[in-house]
Each structure stands twice: as C-alpha cells, then as structure tokens.
Design a binder for this molecule. Structure first.
Ligand code: ZN
Length: 286
C-alpha cells in the first residue's frame, strides 16, 4: 500500500505518509551519522510495525529514541509495540498517565464520549483501527523536557520546542536545521476536546510567532502530506488574516466570510470555510 511505504523527505529524513481511514498520522525518521530518531509512535501496534519493518529496509543508523509530539492516541498508542526509549514534554507524560486506568471496549469508549471525556471522532477511529482486538497498552515515556532541548544524532540535530496551542497544550515541534525541515505534529489544528472545534486568536498568534522563528523549506503537519514553504505560508497567511477579520467583525461569520472573499478575490475554498468555522465557533460563546 502506498501509505505503508517510507518516502524520502530530505537528505536525512524519511516519512510514512498519513492515512485518514483510521486517522494514522505521519511518522518520521531522522538519521544522523550515529543515530536515528523516530517522530511519533503511531496509532496502534500495526501502525508501529509498518514503520519498524520499513526502517529495516533502509539500513539506517541505530534508533536512539522516539520523540512524541503530543499525547493524543493516534500518536502514542503504537509506542508499546516500538518498545524504544521515548522522549516527550512533561505535560505529554502527565496526560498519558491519565489514560492508564481506561478500558478501550466499545462500551467504555461510548461511555466516555457521553461523559464528554472522549470525542466521537476519536472513539470511531479507535474502533476502525483496532476492530475487535483492543489490546491497547499505554507506554509511559522515560525522558521529559520542559521548554526546549537539542538531540544530536551525529552531525544532524533535532531542535525540540514546546509550543502548545489550541489543539493540545502539550504540543511540541521538531526542527532539523541541516535539512530545513520542521515537524509540527498537530499543533496548528483546532481544539477538538473542549466544546465545538475551535481556534482562538490569542493562541494562534502566539503559536505562529514561535513557528516562524524557524527557517524551514519543508513543513510536516501530521495529518497531511508534507508542504513546501510556499504552501505552508499560504496556510499561515490565511490564519493570520482570519485572526484580524475575526477581531474586526467580532466573530460574525457572514461578515468575515465576505471580507475574506473580497480580500483574496476568490470564492472561499473548503479550508477557508473550515477555518472561519473554527474561529467563530468559540467567539460566539465569549
Ligand atoms: Zn492530535
């Protein structure tokens, strides 16, 4: 399958493409002269196995660790299968520990959705990925950091920064300066767990300021194919424009939509409509 084959991203980086059928995110592997670092643990043992078997075909330096961009199930449930030293932000570890008592049966998942602890989208995707086999073991990472850290793989460096944001407050990003690649995890996606899917102006502006410090040519958002600087800048420009318009029109969806369409000179595409929805969902409530 196309999604199950490692693709070359740059001189020192391969990635496994995302698969929206069961919400599998991109998994990355960065290799220096001495070591390799995996980005994210995958959403299941099967997903982790695909990555590990693909890595074997590439003759890469030994794996030093897995770096976890945030705690969400689709990035972390494959860690147990990988059984490799795991590095993450302190908040990511705390969030994973909270999952330890949970059962993952249909009944337990549905119950947590009713209680508002889990969201329907994730419950559905867990059911789709696992089928009737719910052998889910949460692995607790061994190494944690607070703000920033650097990992030396042998002439190739991974600069890790905790950036937070609406999607998950523990979100961290990984920058590889030698290849000018930035792994963003899910940090630029909406908040899905706290009321309707939403963006907040303050969090988006703070997040973009942190991201824009890094000079990258390739940007990897976990549930999309990698983007060029040009593609990524189009997205961040849309977000910044919507921060301004949401403020100007006090969250009025119709006025924001008209102003954005006038600003770009084109009808709004699906992404623009979705982003407007996210910015206005929360504004209505405040
Ligand atoms: Zn996520």
């Amino acid at each position: 399958m196309e999604n199950n084959t490692l693709k070359k991203l740059s001189n020192h980086i391969y990635y496994l493409p995302p698969n929206s059928d069961t919400d599998r995110p991109v998994l990355g592997i960065i290799s220096g002269k001495q070591y390799s670092l995996i980005i994210d643990g995958g959403n299941s043992s099967n997903h982790a196995q695909v990555l590990l078997s693909q890595i074997k075909t590439k003759n890469l330096p030994p794996i030093l660790a897995v770096f976890l961009t945030h705690w969400h199930w689709d990035h972390s449930f494959g860690l147990h299968e990988m059984n490799i030293t795991t590095i993450c932000h302190t908040q990511t570890k705390t969030a994973l520990k909270k999952l330890l008592p949970f059962s993952w049966s249909d009944e337990a998942l549905d119950d947590r959705v009713t209680q508002g602890i889990e969201i329907a989208f994730c419950a559905d995707m867990i059911k789709a990925e696992y089928g009737s086999n719910r052998e889910i073991h949460i692995r607790i990472p061994e190494i944690t950091f607070h703000n920033e850290m650097e990992i030396d793989l042998g002439d190739i460096h991974c600069i890790v920064e905790h950036v937070g944001g609406d999607h998950s407050s523990d979100s961290s990003i990984v920058y590889i300066p030698e290849d000018k690649v930035l792994f963003l995890g899910d940090c630029l996606y909406a908040n899905m767990y706290d009321g309707p899917y939403h963006y907040t102006i303050q969090n988006i502006l703070a997040l973009l300021a942190k991201i824009e410090k890094y000079d990258a040519d390739t940007y990897v958002l976990s549930h999309q194919m990698p983007q060029s600087k040009h593609e990524f800048t189009q997205f961040t420009t849309l977000l910044k424009t919507l921060c301004q318009l949401t403020e100007t029109f006090k969250g009025n969806k119709k006025q924001i939509s008209e102003a954005l369409s006038k600003h770009t000179g084109e009808p709004l595409d699906e992404l623009a409509q979705e982003c407007i929805e996210y910015f206005t969902n929360i504004y209505k409530q405040t």
